[in-house]
Design a protein around this ligand. Structure first.
Ligand code: WQD
Length: 338
């Protein structure tokens, strides 16, 4: 089936996707400079699949080091590009680091994809590209509003760069817009490893529940929603991972060139922050110590996906419920203290 280069392969979604690719018969090499992840993920992948994955500890903003991966692996037929900085708040503080890292790495990889005929290119995008949508659920045709952060801007620019390249070069490209990936592999061998205090909701919940954090804030309960807290489309990381395998199989089967398709990867269900907390409390059998705090700058009120296109064209089925997301996230957090 050929080899797939997974950049950011030691990261949260990258590691889960490598497991799914291996379970579906693909060979995989990883490229991850470990700036935001640890090789701990590779041992987790081996524990689940029995396979050792080679990771190139390479900075993809270094064109020569990036090319060397392709020279050493002539069997690469496709790339899944996860490697990017992704903290919304940090991107406001360090915009040039975000533009340099996220854009330069993408340009180098696209050049290598063309030069070495790695024609199947899957780009890790995000619902952030929609900004604050006028209407929800959003479809892939929903107008993109101005990005709310430099991080979101790098995802919007990234989509444009991929689309423009695929317009002229013989690549088959797919843009996958993730909503809110949460949870962990049922084996608890891999999961999310936030660096420092978690910015995202579910790791903040599990770290508060296990006592790593004394308490956590709900950032506002005065929004115009059913319970006043923000609405998001939480989706299990394993459902996201399998969608990448399906997208690759779709690209290989269709054998297109000069193509660029977009898919929303969300469940289609909007859940409020308070509903997510209640679901966790029910599954974990604990009462979470949280406070209602002020709104967080940059938060949008509500967004969730219309995922019909991905379900129909990729034959994608959502397998994990909100309770499964919370159960696996909690099991993973508990495994970290053992
Ligand atoms: C979700 C909701 C918070 C923490 C971002 C990126 C997105 C993707 C996922 C990269 C919001 C509330 C959170 C807390 C809270 N990143 N919250 N207390 O901001 O929707 O999406 O992360 O791929 O691209 O934009 O996710 O989990 O940070 O927040 O109340 O301690 O939970 O206000 O309403 P977000 P999040």
């Amino acid at each position: 089936m050929g080899t797939i280069l997974v950049t950011g392969g030691c990261g949260y979604i990258g590691a889960h996707t490598i497991v799914d690719l291996l379970e579906n018969g693909f060979e995989v090499v990883s490229a991850d400079n470990l700036s935001r992840a640890s090789e701990h993920s590779l041992s987790g992948i081996e524990k689940i699949t029995g396979k050792k994955i080679k990771n190139y500890c390479v900075d993809l903003t270094d064109a020569k080091a990036t090319e060397n991966i392709f020279i050493e692996n002539p069997s690469i037929i496709g790339i899944i590009h996860f490697a990017a900085y992704k903290a919304v708040g940090e991107s406001v503080e360090k915009p040039l680091e975000y533009y340099e890292n996220n854009i330069f790495s993408l340009v180098h990889l696209l050049k290598m994809a063309v030069k070495y005929n790695a024609k199947h290119f899957i780009f890790s995008s995000s619902c952030t590209v929609y900004g604050n949508p006028d209407a929800i659920p959003v479809t892939e045709q929903t107008e993109l509003k101005p990005a709310a952060s430099p991080y979101g801007a790098t995802k919007q620019m990234g989509e444009t760069i991929v689309r423009d390249t695929a317009f002229i070069q013989p690549l088959s490209t797919i843009l996958l817009r993730y909503f809110n990936p949460v949870g962990a592999h049922p084996s608890t061998a891999i999961g999310e490893l936030p660096i420092g205090r978690p910015q995202n909701l579910v790791p903040a919940i599990t770290q508060t529940a296990i006592g790593k954090l004394d308490t956590m804030n709900v950032y506002g309960d005065d929004y115009d929603t059913r319970d006043g807290s923000c609405i998001r489309d939480y989706i299990h990381v394993c459902d996201i991972a399998h969608a990448h395998t399906l997208a690759l199989q779709y690209s290989i089967k269709n054998n297109q060139v000069k193509s660029c398709e977009v898919f929303n990867l969300g469940t289609g269900n909007g859940i409020t922050v308070l509903e997510a907390i209640k679901a966790f409390e029910k599954v974990a059998g604990v009462s979470l110590n949280y406070k209602i705090g002020p709104r967080r700058a940059g938060d949008i009120v509500a967004i969730y996906a219309n995922n019909d296109f991905a379900v129909k064209k990729l034959s994608w089925e959502i397998k994990y419920s909100l309770e499964d997301m919370m159960r696996t996230a909690w099991a993973w957090e508990q495994s970290l203290v053992k």
